[in-house]
Design a protein around this ligand. Structure first.
Ligand code: ACM
Length: 499
């Protein structure tokens, strides 16, 4: 094929509807016909770099029907996609630079993680071009993308307690999150309605407490083997799993499984409704702390991430002094197993270590309790981040206690200015919880999360000064076909002109 017969790129590089929007895009006049690429090459080889190169090879095969050779730095870069680790490239772990020239592509990062984020950008570029191009003979636009995230923590949370979701569902969610550069997945593993992770020293937690869910369905739980499999799947996609055991309230499933955890020594009944705030562990019993320590130890052993989330929200039947006493002991156990404590912001009344990460979720933007203390803050405002809030009055799923959350409202705000007087330096990022009172299967997850979580991902990645709703709304329109190709049944809101 002669050079002039190559198809022109669909977009110029600065017009590709990428999400999240990169920090800087400089287009060039060069054109890269995809069928010129013959290999993927690693420089600064490390096992993880080779593993992401192999995954990218599969991606390329699927989308271009071409098989790439895997080469190392003894080969030259002609007709190759070269992945380069360069320690001096940037102080930022996740920063990357993607360069597209007429006969080679390179992705450079300080870390493998940075290169992974860059490859996700390249993947979107290929997929979006293909979806609009209607042809397999594609060219990519030349130029350079230099990029890095605004926040270090860009999270999603899945409530697997109110309804249980299979390992396959969780993996599918992880794949989608990684497409949009989300890097934390918080698992709400226990609540009044279900205990979802095997604890070998307390087997009835799952044998009894895992056997039902909201509405009385069958429930379920992850064996430790399942959990390891999820952790590995997430780790391979540079997503850190945060396990949460909600304490000392939201514990009916545990209280129904073990009579001795109750102050009156009687097991409660399993619960399948959606009320909150009625359960508590018995803070005066020593066995409570044996239980808490066994649970934290066993889960920490299979959770390589830095955080252990101990809940702390809505302990409405625990006296404040009892709550604080309980949390002081629990925080010491978290420390004993070398984890950084994380909790809902009600944890603030306890004696929290400075490194504690508090998750701000309140319905109103009143943060006066937390502001005086210097902890790290994760923004999960119910009225902006909660993916279980209905889009509008006719949304068939979800709740609306924090108001309706349209796609525009979920996008068009800034974590740094949401809470007046909060020191922006305290904010490590944001997280979008999906509580599952009304969410029963993967299609329900997809409908409530997509497209709002895509906007959430951009808030986490892209500097506020670069974000404009109209521009985002236009780019999002091109992601409808991308989601459809993945069979994701997203909510096709009329706020967006879907392509
Ligand atoms: C919460 O929504 N109770 C954290």
């Amino acid at each position: 094929m002669s050079a002039c017969s190559y198809p022109q790129p669909i977009y110029s590089l600065d017009k590709v509807p990428l999400i999240p929007l990169p920090s800087m895009v400089v287009p060039s006049a060069e054109v890269m016909p995809l069928d010129k690429i013959q290999s993927i090459r690693t420089v600064g080889a490390d096992e993880k770099l080779i593993s992401i190169a192999l995954n990218f090879k599969s991606f390329w095969k699927k989308h271009t029907e071409q098989e790439l050779l895997l080469l190392d730095d003894t080969a030259d870069g002609d007709h190759a996609i070269t992945l380069i680790i360069d320690n001096d490239f940037s102080p930022q772990q996740e920063a990357y630079k993607l360069e597209i020239a007429s006969d080679e592509i390179s992705v450079k990062g300080k870390t493998v993680e940075g290169i992974y984020r860059g490859l996700k950008t390249l993947e979107q570029l290929v997929v979006l071009s293909k979806l609009q191009g209607k042809s397999n003979f594609l060219s990519l636009p030349g130029g350079e993308i230099t990029d890095q995230p605004c926040y270090a923590y860009r999270g999603a949370m899945l409530d697997v307690a109110r309804h249980f979701f299979s390992v396959a569902d969780v993996k599918r969610y992880i794949d989608l999150l990684s497409t949009y550069k989300i890097n934390f997945l918080h698992f709400h593993l226990s609540d009044d309605q279900g205990w979802r992770i095997e604890i070998k020293s307390w087997p009835k937690l799952t044998k009894t407490g895992g056997q039902t869910q909201v509405g009385g369905g069958e429930g379920g739980f992850y064996t430790q083997e399942d959990f390891r499999e999820i952790v590995k799947y997430a780790t391979d996609r540079f997503i850190t799993i945060v396990p949460e055991i909600d304490l000392p309230g939201h514990t009916n499933a545990a209280l129904a499984s073990y009579a001795e955890l109750n102050c009156d020594g009687k097991a409660t009944a399993l619960y399948t409704g959606i009320k909150v705030g009625f359960s508590t562990l018995c803070v005066d019993k020593e066995v409570t702390y044996d239980f808490v320590e066994d649970v934290i130890r066993e889960i920490s052993e299979i959770s390589p991430g830095p955080y252990f989330h101990i809940g702390g929200d809505e302990s409405l039947v625990t006296l404040e002094e009892d709550f604080n006493r309980f949390m002081d002991r629990t925080l010491a156990i978290v420390k004993k197993y070398n984890k950084t404590p994380m909790g809902w912001y009600e944890l603030i009344t306890a004696n929290i270590p400075e490194e504690t990460l508090l998750q701000y979720w309140a319905k109103t933007e009143d943060f006066s309790n937390v502001i005086p203390k210097k902890s790290k803050i994760l923004i999960s405002s119910a009225s902006y981040n909660y993916l279980d809030m209905k889009y509008d009055s006719i949304t068939p799923l979800g709740l609306f206690w924090a108001g309706y959350l349209s796609v525009k409202k979920a996008y068009d705000w800034d974590p740094k200015t949401l809470v007046p007087d909060l020191d922006a330096e305290q904010i490590v990022g944001l997280e979008a919880p999906l509580w599952s009172e009304t969410i029963e299967d993967f299609d329900d997850i997809a409908y409530m999360a997509f497209p709002r979580i895509i906007g959430h991902a951009e808030i986490g990645w892209t500097n506020a000064s670069l974000r404009k709703w109209e521009d985002y709304a236009n780019r999002l329109g091109f992601h409808g076909p991308l989601l459809e190709a993945l069979e994701v049944k997203y909510y096709a809101t009329t706020e967006i002109d879907w392509k």
